[in-house]
Design a protein around this ligand. Structure first.
Ligand code: NI
Length: 146
């Protein structure tokens, strides 16, 4: 990662981009609110973020990220099913956090790594369950955990 950052720094490329004035104005206002002092850095962050978008990523690419879910633990068999599923994917799930949100609902965060397709499968199997109110897979890093 360090090597990659240095490489990026060493070979900066300048290029011109044309945009409608109003779009640039909105963008500048937004990034100033966020604390950017430099338009280029804001654009670099946007590009990095879009490159992590799982839609663009090859399904056999190894990635790291999180699956966040909210579910009702009173739905019969759901907690047991989710636990069985997590054991089935124990190679991909490297850490979990469980928060009891209220009397009924649980928030669970799975830190995952593995081929994107396998993480998508896990996410889908969670999402389609009755009682799961929310499930989102987020890719944070291309590559595994070294
Ligand atoms: Ni709970």
């Amino acid at each position: 990662m360090k090597e990659k950052e240095m490489k990026e720094k060493d070979t900066l490329i300048r290029f011109g981009v044309s945009m409608p004035e109003e779009l640039v104005k909105q963008f500048d206002e937004r990034i100033a609110e966020q604390g950017y002092t430099n338009r280029s850095e804001a654009i670099r962050d946007l590009v990095r973020k879009s490159l992590l978008d799982s839609e663009w990523t090859k399904s056999d690419q190894v990635v790291a990220g999180t699956i966040v879910m909210v579910y009702d633990h009173h739905i019969s068999n759901l907690p047991l099913y989710l636990m069985e599923l997590q054991h089935k994917f124990h190679h991909e799930i490297i850490s979990t956090m469980h928060v009891h949100l209220n009397h009924d609902q649980c928030l669970e965060i799975l830190v995952v790594k593995g081929p994107l397709q396998r993480l998508r499968n896990l996410h889908q199997m969670i999402q389609i369950q009755k009682g799961v109110a929310y499930a989102e897979l987020s890719v944070s890093h291309l590559g595994g955990v070294e």
